[in-house]
Design a protein. Sequence first.
Length: 209
Amino acid sequence: MTLKRCPKCKTDNPEIYDNCLNCGTPLPDIPRPQGARKYLVPLLVVALIAIVTFIVVIPALHYSATGGTIVSTAIKSVTQSPTPSGTYAVKQPARLGDLELTVLGGHSGTNQFNGQRFYTVSVSIQNFNNNDTYTLSATDFILSDTAGNYYDPMGIQSKTSYDAMPGQTGTVDLVYIIPQGEDKFQLLYTFPETVVPAGGSRTEVAFLL
């Protein structure tokens, strides 16, 4: 049986007592051997890290390795017109209603280890309406290559949409992930419904890069 020694009178007391049977002095607690408990918290931490690694990190690395295919897969053909209403060269503006777009150019970025690379298209957007704001969705800017593949942008200015403010002009960047071997593209853009004249339909134009 474990005994508790009184710090005052040095009397040994059974461990079940909190005060000395001789003088009444509070008895100190008996330290308990930790045994396996002292390893419990580190083991739980290691197990949690392992779970996160297998469930989150490894799939994320796999996603990154195939990012060019996943992020820029061929999009639904229903969003594309067989023949755009107009084809424009770099720095040649295309206008519908009060909204005008001009592609300033495209340039390649960093090559990735999985055979893909970044491609950035710079676009000037001018809103001639002094009262209304036009929202341009990133998904309305589709890049196509000579093989007939279509690529969605990763965003427009790193966002899902861009607001063209009344009477203002702004320049935005669209970033795509494309195969390294491709070098000829066209940018397909579909104007928003808010600028379509009454009775008309959404119009798609093509910019040659």
